[in-house]
Design a protein. Structure first.
Length: 127
């Protein structure tokens, strides 16, 4: 079962316009609640958010910024929205878990621990 997700109107429009968006990411957008950036809950992962998450079954805790492909070179600790784990993180709320496919085809489960930075929470609605 997939957790409830929330995405801003701005993120949805920008992601849908990306060339090469995979069907899994489009499926995530289709099942999301879409809100205006000003109404985004502060604990939800949006584009350009810095997120701290753990991969279940490991001791791995990562802190990365969810980025558009064009911004990857400018973000030293970024993860692209076009990767399976990037697509899985978008729209999650703190405490949510979701499975995502690893490169070897096996599923891993990721749990969102914290959103240290979210543009909408900082008043940056059109970043």
């Amino acid at each position: 079962m997939k957790p409830h997700i929330t995405i801003s109107t701005l993120d949805a429009e920008r992601i849908e316009s990306l060339a090469g968006v995979g069907s899994a990411l489009l499926e995530e957008l289709a099942r999301a609640d879409i809100l205006a950036p000003q109404h985004m809950p502060p604990d939800v992962v949006t584009m350009n958010s810095t997120v701290r998450f753990e991969i279940d079954g490991t001791d791995q805790v990562r802190c990365l910024t969810l980025a558009y492909p064009k911004d990857m070179a400018r973000q030293p600790d970024a993860i692209s929205i076009l990767t399976p784990i990037g697509a899985a993180l978008l729209g999650l709320s703190v405490g949510d878990s979701i499975s995502w496919p690893r490169p070897d085809g096996q599923l891993s489960r990721v749990r969102l621990l914290e959103v240290p930075y979210q543009p909408e929470r900082a008043g940056e609605y059109f970043r």
